[in-house]
Design a protein around this ligand. Structure first.
Ligand code: NAP
Length: 486
């Protein structure tokens, strides 16, 4: 089905890691009429929004990079957030992406009409695009806890993704609600500065110890001098992380799983006080919730100026947090480390497909995608980090690039005039969705814990197979599974 090559106009939504990679790789492919709509005033996504004390990426830095922009200069095995944000900005600038971004342009609606997507942003109508690539992120809509009295608190209260740096921490009594990866990074980073830190834990976590060692300047110089060394390091980490760690969690490497679970138990055993250790002991299997990586948390929570509070929160009052035992925990600052809504990736964006139905209606009882990348009824709509993308402890940059490999092959069909509309057919979508549900039913994520992976209907946001399977799926689209209209 050969056709005439045509110039495509493509909208990318979001200028985080996925959006930056999409713009660069589209241009390599000969598609340069690309507009990136970004709701904020700078690129970077997660790394722009999250600036809390102690922020690092718990995926090794040499794995957390774009394949086309290896970075010999990472400072640590797990580099701090500002360094990652600087890397995002540098890549966006070096590759001329910034010029394509329309900042402060939140997409309000995308409507399939007349063979293209009409986009309206907070800046007004933006015209029609042949295709849309969404890169809106998975964890960017903060979840605020539904706790009585939250608005009554007299001190400063903010979500971790909206850290208020104008509030001094020195000598303050700081409460942190939540024990996810975010809170576990924050507590060790603030305990030296605060008068006291009270950590409100609803659920204990398994924590894998992992010292965050600096990368010596000689090592960085060696990486700069010999790019092959950097590639070796990448390959080693890809195997250790995706091939072992994540395969273990997906149930595909039982010996590795057993070693990791033992390492978590040994780590917990370093907590000296048996009563505190008991309260820090999870009652579910390691890997059910996203695994936390930290060598700093247990030492921090054992300090005399830190307190683990496990009595349930009854309400929030002007002076602090009142727990169910009647005690008021006096606080000056309340940090809401309560995570994100991962199940409504497009937030309030109004998306209307070919049938005239809105996506929020179609997805009312759960997000349904074809291989996490495309959606029936949404022609030429391609998602990076969409529902059922690999989550957990993977490098999102790797994931987004594998999804781009797949998406760009579909874009080629549009560019070469071999199709003008590409939509996954309902039957293969239903079959993939069923396979996903079957696999998830027996998975560790469904083994008995509460986590952000689940939506209100019991659907899981993550990808249940190994990374190897994901990479194989993303190698080439099965075109028979698509309706391609000429
Ligand atoms: P999270 O894992 O969803 O944790 C939210 C915490 O808030 C949980 O401990 C939860 O308790 C608690 N919580 C929520 N509502 C509550 C309420 N009403 N009362 C008491 N406690 C409440 O959020 P997160 O720590 O921000 O992490 C989210 C994800 O972001 C991570 O899993 C990870 O994927 C990503 N992340 C990555 C890194 C990295 O280094 N790569 C760092 C930070 C975050 P329950 O456990 O009982 O629900």
């Amino acid at each position: 089905m050969a056709g005439t090559r045509r110039g495509l106009r493509i909208a990318v939504i979001g200028a985080g890691a996925g959006g930056i990679a999409a713009a660069i790789r589209l241009r390599e492919r000969g598609v340069s009429d690309v507009v990136i709509f970004e709701k904020a005033g700078e690129p970077g996504g997660t790394w722009r929004d999250n600036t809390y004390p102690g922020i690092t990426c718990d995926v090794p830095s040499h794995l957390y990079r774009f394949s086309f922009a290896p970075n010999p200069d990472w400072s640590h095995k797990y580099s701090p957030g500002p360094e990652i944000q600087a890397y995002m900005r540098k890549v966006a600038a070096d590759y001329g992406v910034e010029a394509r971004i329309r900042f402060n342009s939140e997409v309000l609606s995308a409507t399939w009409t007349g063979g293209g997507w009409e986009i309206v942003t907070t800046q007004g109508p933006q015209g029609r695009f042949d295709a849309v690539i969404t890169a809106v992120g998975i964890l960017h809509h903060p979840s605020l806890p539904d706790i009585e009295g939250l608005d009554d608190f007299a001190g400063a209260a903010f979500h971790t993704a909206r850290w208020d740096h104008s509030v001094p921490l020195e000598g303050r009594r700081i409460g942190v609600i939540g024990t996810g990866s975010t809170a576990i990074q924050i507590v060790p980073a603030i305990v030296d500065r605060a008068e006291k830190v009270s950590l409100f834990q609803r659920t204990a976590q398994w924590i894998l110890p992992e010292p965050n060692l600096p990368i010596a300047e000689e090592k960085r110089a060696a990486y700069r001098a010999d790019p092959a060394l950097l590639e070796d390091q990448y390959a080693h980490l890809a195997q250790a992380f995706n091939g072992a760690f994540c395969a273990a969690v997906a149930g595909e490497a039982p010996e590795v799983y057993a070693r990791m679970a033992q390492a978590c138990r040994d780590n917990l055993a370093t907590v000296a006080d048996p009563e505190l250790r008991a309260r820090l002991t999870p009652d579910y299997r390691m890997g059910c919730k996203r695994l936390i990586v930290s060598s700093l948390f247990y030492p921090a929570i054992q300090r005399p100026d830190a307190e683990l509070v496990t009595d349930p929160i009854a309400r929030i009052e002007a002076g602090g947090v009142r727990t169910a035992d009647g005690r008021l925990h006096d606080l000056d600052i309340l940090v809401l480390a309560t995570g994100f809504d991962a199940h409504h990736p497009f937030g309030d964006m109004h998306i209307t497909g070919r049938s005239g139905r809105s996506l929020s209606e179609t997805w009312a009882k759960g997000n349904v995608t074809y291989r996490g990348v495309t959606v029936p009824d949404l022609p030429n709509w391609f998602m990076l980090g969409g529902p059922n993308s690999p989550l957990g402890n993977f490098s999102f940059l790797m994931t987004a690039e594998r999804q781009l490999d797949y998406v760009l092959q579909l874009v080629d069909l549009l560019r070469d005039g071999r199709a003008s509309e590409i939509t996954p057919r309902p039957e293969p979508t239903a079959a993939w969705t069923q396979a996903l549900k079957d696999k998830l039913a027996g998975s560790i994520w469904a083994s008995g814990c509460r986590s952000w992976y689940f939506d209100a209907h019991g659907n899981v946001a993550t990808y249940p197979w190994s990374y190897e399977t994901f990479e194989a799926e993303m190698k080439a689209p099965v075109l028979e599974d698509y309706a391609l209209s000429a």
